[in-house]
Design a protein around this ligand. Structure first.
Ligand code: ADP
Ligand code: MG
Length: 624
């Protein structure tokens, strides 16, 4: 019979597997077992509503058989099985493997380092096998099939006789070479330790015939005689890791579980394991990733936790369980209070689920607060990754999450030169300071150079430097902290700033002149109370700030949302006095000065110059 070729990308990966020099070849067993477990999950789920399945909950299992002489390991499950099309689809195309898809989307081109980090599923068995045979019968089908392949040259599917539903994977283990001792995988103790290491929490028994020495019955205790007996032994504890007591689980086990389950290369930055009893009873095991997932800030990223009901997976990505501000949290929730065959639609209105979500929100908040308190450095690293998300929580869902986030967000302090909490800021405030000062701009560095910062720097008043798009929205959403309101020093006058110019008629005329020159570009021209060494600055009056204008220009360009520009002049600055003097002496020059100074203010505010070539002409004409 002619062999079917593997699809091209599968071929490449297969080749890699067969010739792999990867040291973690042992993960093949984990991959095969996890597939068996998935297949049983599927049939078990059907059996809840379909009595035709005829398998009791306790009869689902995975069997491992070892035939050392013939170098064969076979793994048998009584799961859902596959029909011919599925064999062809699932095992003929590596692209069907979840991990491979992930790798492709992640733009990984170097295949080797990904193997074993979380495996490449079924194909990893080729790292240790010369030939793989899959015998399978799908639930509800009459005919059983066999899929066989010895590697890159393709595979063959034939019809076979098989009584029971499920799948048997038969691995012909490679001969030992100088470098590689494949025979170790034929040792039962090795298999048994691999199962404990990687597959302990699989919910179905993983059984293997093992030999034990047993005291011969009636044997004399002074002179004992033993028999070697074979017994079918369950190799895994079947207790999901999240059901275990925290003290019985090592960090490494948690990390391993996280990486496998949530397809990450790196250990999590933080693990929160909790057991809750009360209004609802549940266990949760949550993780904070140590890096931002590649698709995190795209629509593709799906927040949510895996939801189990007494150990049975009912939803892979239950988004209702995590509030927006904690969207980066990965993990598992298992509750015995949820009904098993609850539908997705019903879940949304489920009271128990709402209660769980509420307690989880508090739990996560408290865990993060503890983290902030006890390991500032690690927390700041986390904040650099996901701080944006926390800030977003201040505005998301009409601000209902404010209280759970306000003490978790950090801002860069102009005086402390580091990230600080709002609480720390307020504690440092002097008695006569009533508001929390912040400044918005392109970046912390750009804010530091703003003319508006001079006054505060001189006075040693702390200002929170908000260099991110989200910051201003976040602060608007927060509205106040500890009954103190926020003041954006870029836009608003600040108490204590002294008037540097008395009102008089000449000044009014000068201001009117400049306003006329600039026309609709500005809504107002005033003398500043805050400028020291800079001649001019631009501030925004009203609801829309410059940062919002910039943000909206990107997010919704068609809306043409613009801030109301106020040009502030430093009356003490020679450039401004020169401008005013020229209003009577040389009107044309005064007009040019006004335009140049305005454009400078625009540039400092980080806004685009409306007509760069006009500006260049102006400056050149003043130079000659
Ligand atoms: P993944 O598990 O990430 O989907 P794999 O390469 O491990 O990728 O497996 C590919 C597919 O083959 C699985 O998604 C599943 O549909 C099918 N499969 C593998 N092993 C079994 C099995 N024991 N029973 C039923 N289907 C299986
Ligand atoms: Mg798999």
């Amino acid at each position: 019979m002619a062999k079917t070729e593997f699809k091209s990308e599968s071929k490449r990966l297969l080749d890699l597997m067969i010739n792999s020099i990867y040291t973690h070849k042992e993960i093949f067993l984990r991959e095969i077992i996890s597939n068996a477990s998935d297949a049983i999950d599927k049939l078990y789920y059907i059996s809840l509503t379909d009595s035709g399945v005829g398998i009791n909950k306790d009869d689902f299992k995975i069997n491992i058989d070892v035939d050392k002489e013939n170098r064969i390991i076979s793994i048998t499950d009584n799961g859902i099985g596959m029909d011919r099309e599925e064999l062809d689809e699932n095992l003929g195309t590596i692209a069907n493997s979840g991990s491979f898809k992930f790798k492709q989307e992640n733009g990984q081109s170097e295949d080797v380092d990904i193997i074993g980090q979380f495996g490449v599923g079924f194909y990893s068995a080729f790292m240790v096998s010369d030939e793989i045979t899959v015998q399978t019968k799908k639930y509800g089908c009459e005919q059983a099939y066999q899929w066989q392949s010895s590697g890159v040259d393709g595979y063959e599917i034939t019809e076979i006789e098989k009584d029971s539903v499920g799948t048997k994977i038969i691995l012909k283990i490679k001969e030992d070479t100088e470098q590689e001792k494949y025979s170790e995988f034929l040792e039962k103790y090795r298999i048994s330790s691999l199962v404990s290491k990687y597959s302990d929490y699989i919910r179905y028994p993983i059984m293997m015939e093992t030999e034990h020495r047993k005291l011969r019955e009636g044997s004399d205790l002074d002179n004992p005689e033993y028999d070697t007996v074979s017994e079918l032994e369950t190799l895994n504890s079947m207790v999901p890791i999240w059901q275990k007591n925290k003290k019985d689980v090592t960090d490494e086990e948690y990390n391993e579980f996280y990486k496998q389950k949530f397809l990450d290369f790196e250990d999590p930055a933080k693990v929160f394991a909790n057991s809750v009893e009360g209004l609802v009873t549940y266990k949760s095991l949550l993780f904070v990733p140590s890096r931002v997932p590649y698709n995190y800030f795209t629509k593709e990223y799906k927040k949510g936790l895996q939801l189990y009901s007494s150990g049975v997976l009912i939803m892979d990505n239950c988004s209702d369980l995590v509030p927006e501000q904690f969207a980066f949290i990965k993990g598992v929730v298992d509750s015995q209070d949820l009904s098993l065959n609850i539908s997705r639609e019903m879940l949304q209105h489920d009271r128990q689920l709402k209660t769980i979500a509420n307690t989880l929100e508090k739990k996560i908040k408290n865990e993060l607060l503890d983290w902030l308190k006890n390991d500032r450095e690690a927390y700041e690293k986390f904040f650099n990754n996901f701080g944006k998300q926390l800030k977003y929580g201040l505005v998301a869902d009409y601000g209902v999450h404010k209280d759970s986030v306000k003490d978790l967000v950090l801002f860069y302090s102009s005086t402390e030169k580091k990230l600080v909490t709002l609480k720390e800021y307020v504690e440092r405030m002097s008695e006569d300071q009533t508001d929390i000062y912040f400044a918005t701009g392109e970046s912390v560095e750009a804010i530091d150079k703003l003319p508006q910062m001079e006054y505060f720097r001189d006075k040693g008043i702390e200002v929170l430097c908000c260099g991110e798009d989200i910051d201003e929205f976040a602060i608007k959403g927060l509205n106040d902290y500890d009954k103190k309101s926020f003041k954006n020093i870029v836009n608003e006058d600040v108490e204590g700033e002294s008037d540097s110019k008395e009102d008089n008629k000449d000044d009014d005329e000068a201001l009117k002149f400049i306003k006329d020159v600039l026309g609709t570009k500005v809504s107002e021209v005033i003398f500043s109370k805050k400028l020291k060494s800079h001649p001019v600055c631009l501030t925004a009056k009203g609801e829309v700030s410059f940062e919002m204008e910039k943000y909206m220009a990107m997010a919704q360009p068609e809306a043409h949302i613009k801030a109301d520009r106020v040009l502030e002049l430093n009356a003490a600055h020679p450039a401004v006095t020169a401008l005013i003097a020229n209003i009577t002496a040389d009107k044309e020059k005064a007009e040019k000065y006004a335009k140049v100074l305005y454009t400078q203010a625009v540039i400092i505010a980080g806004l685009p110059v409306e007509d760069p070539s006009e500006y260049a002409d102006l400056v050149s004409s003043l130079m000659v």
